[in-house]
Design a protein around this ligand. Structure first.
Ligand code: ATP
Ligand code: MG
Length: 230
């Protein structure tokens, strides 16, 4: 975990609460990295999510540690503690700006986000600015009702009325903003909310999260009714 890295190449940046990280996040990142030839993907847990506080929210240090465990054996995938060094709450626009300070000028940056999260972008702080800072890769997510059509409608209404779908690059484009790619990946119907419910009910999350993450959760009793002292 470092923020001093000199980042370059085709870089994915995936934000999220990761409360906890699960195979849905990992497979989505893996498929996108493969399809769009990303050299690396940085997972960026929100230090203090501005829009929702999922209950219970594990400590930032625990969520970061679980990320580290989940990504340990995947070269090119890494977790960043950058948001812990920025002012609270964590606004994505500030995070991306700050992340870019560690990138070489040639870096091709893509912000990875599931369609469910992306549909709420009009309520993100200074979201218009984000489209000038980074390309996006929006991916569909199993069990989420939003569709390509609803995405297009939202983009036209909230981002750029002249936005157009380019089927060659599989991206929406418009003057003055970076491309917004759309991918149909994200087929694993797993959510952190469901995992937290299972844990609260005393059920197993085996095979839904990487085994070292499951062991970490069990060791510290995270998300259980009576968490063990850390
Ligand atoms: P919660 O239920 O607490 O909202 P979550 O499972 O949605 O948790 P987040 O940390 O909110 O996880 O999501 C981080 C990013 O990963 C978001 O862009 C989200 O759309 C995406 N994502 C989460 N789960 C999946 C999944 N199963 N498949 C594809 N993308 C996912
Ligand atoms: Mg979510």
């Amino acid at each position: 975990m470092t923020t001093l890295k000199l980042i370059s190449g085709r870089v994915g940046l995936m934000g999220g609460t990761f409360n906890p990280i699960h195979f849905g996040h990992l497979r989505a990142a893996e498929e996108i990295a493969e399809k769009l030839n990303l050299d690396q993907v940085c997972f960026m847990p929100a230090a203090k999510p501005p829009h929702k506080a999922p209950m219970p929210l594990a400590d930032y240090s625990c969520r970061l540690e679980m990320l580290k465990l989940a990504l340990a054996d995947r070269p090119g995938f890494w977790g960043s503690d950058l948001e812990n060094h920025l002012s609270f709450p964590s606004y994505t626009v500030n995070t991306v700006r700050s992340f870019k300070e560690s990138c070489t000028p040639e870096t091709n940056l893509f912000f990875l986000v599931g369609l469910d999260s992306f549909m709420s972008i009009p309520i993100w702080r200074r979201y218009q600015e984000l489209f000038t800072l980074t390309s996006f890769i929006v991916f569909a997510r199993a069990g989420i009702n939003a569709t390509f059509k609803s995405l297009e409608t939202m983009l036209k209404a909230q981002v750029a009325s002249r936005i157009k779908w380019d089927s060659t690059t599989e991206a929406f484009t418009a003057p003055k903003i970076k491309p917004i790619h759309f991918q149909t990946g994200g087929r694993l119907k797993i959510s952190s909310t469901d995992l937290r419910h299972r844990l609260l009910a005393g059920s197993s999350v085996r095979y839904l999260v990487p085994e070292p993450v499951r062991i970490y959760i069990e060791t510290y009793g995270l998300y259980r009714k009576n968490p063990l002292p850390k």
